[in-house]
Write a protein that binds this ligand. Structure first.
Ligand code: C2E
Ligand code: CA
Ligand code: CA
Ligand code: CA
Length: 277
């Protein structure tokens, strides 16, 4: 780095310093945002591609601060994990989302899917505190699903296993998110028989409808069928991608083509109007 001249260090320090400051600011503001109910949840509808019916929604945390503006979950969720705030953040999202989803059960069931960090599942009390949240909010356990990522399989701790078993026993669905990215292997599906569904990552959906990418999706669907798992295609942005997913036998789809993540009021209206694709 010395060769780059004296200014380089200074610039490097400034960039690093700026990032460190932003992280500190996010951590401290997030702590009070959770305490003061200053976050929101957006809900992205999930559709049954054959019937066109909305079968559920995925809860996605949203946060706008006065000093930083809109901060995306891709930034504040990892920040919460580093700052020891993922427990409180995760509980807040679950409480809020279960409360809102309980109000949408006026006709056909509307399933709720919530993203859960591996760190939450390492907490021994996770399953029992979730049972408590369901009881308080009145949402039926079989209408709730948690979305977990493959990184979780790598840390095969007893707390994680016990929590997943307990959730499964309660009737809560378990979905494998971002399937196909990272270390995905068929081995996971045999080692974790508690899975209910897999979500095909949007990077795969984005490649549709080429012959090669369809071959990949078909293979995933046929494995999922063998294991009795539902398949959800994520990040569907074009009708060509949707048609291709249907051709490949994928049962459910989610994406901007059908619906963006919506404020809860818009979901209420969608539910009232029958919630079709
Ligand atoms: P994810 O679970 O894979 O969620 C899907 C992301 O894709 C969401 O981004 C969603 O808004 C976006 N998306 C949906 N349809 C489309 C599409 O058609 N095209 C494109 N380009 N994007 C689409 P978002 O809301 O920014 O969330 C990012 C990630 O943050 C999520 O990825 C999830 O891993 C995490 N996250 C969000 N909320 C929570 C939460 O409450 N708890 C935890 N632990 N993680 C969360
Ligand atoms: Ca997800
Ligand atoms: Ca995903
Ligand atoms: Ca993701």
């Amino acid at each position: 780095a010395k060769k780059e001249g004296p200014g380089s260090y200074e610039l490097y320090d400034k960039v690093q310093g700026g990032e460190a400051l932003r992280r500190l600011t996010i951590a401290s503001e997030l702590r009070s945002a959770i305490e003061n109910d200053d976050l929101d949840v957006a809900y992205q509808p999930v559709f049954d591609v054959r019937s066109g019916r909305m079968t559920g929604v995925e809860a996605l945390a949203r946060w706008t601060t006065s000093s930083l503006g809109v901060v995306g979950p891709d930034e504040f969720v990892p920040a919460a994990e580093r700052a020891g705030l993922i427990g409180p953040l995760g509980s807040w999202v679950l409480r809020r989302a279960c409360t809102e989803a309980a109000r949408w059960q006026t006709g056909d069931p509307v399933e709720l899917r919530v993203n859960v960090s591996p760190l939450q599942l390492r907490q021994r009390t996770f399953a029992s505190s979730l049972a408590d949240t369901l009881e308080r909010t009145g949402l039926a356990p079989d209408l709730l699903g948690i979305e977990i990522t493959e990184t979780l399989w790598l840390e095969d701790t007893s707390a994680v296993k016990n929590n997943l078993d307990e959730l499964h026993r309660m009737g809560i669905k378990i979905l494998l998110d971002d399937f196909g990215v990272g270390h995905s292997s068929l081995d996971y599906l045999t080692r974790f028989p508690i899975l209910d569904a897999i979500k095909i990552d949007r990077s795969f959906v984005a490649d549709l409808p080429t012959e090669q990418s369809e071959a990949v999706i078909r293979a995933v669907v046929s494995v999922a069928d063998a294991f009795g798992l539902d398949v959800v295609g994520e990040g569907v942005e074009t009708t060509a991608q949707l048609d291709s997913l249907v051709r490949c036998g994928c049962g459910y789809a989610q994406g901007y083509l059908m619906a963006r993540p919506l404020p809860p009021g818009d979901v209420t209206a969608l539910v009232a109007s029958g919630g079709r694709m």
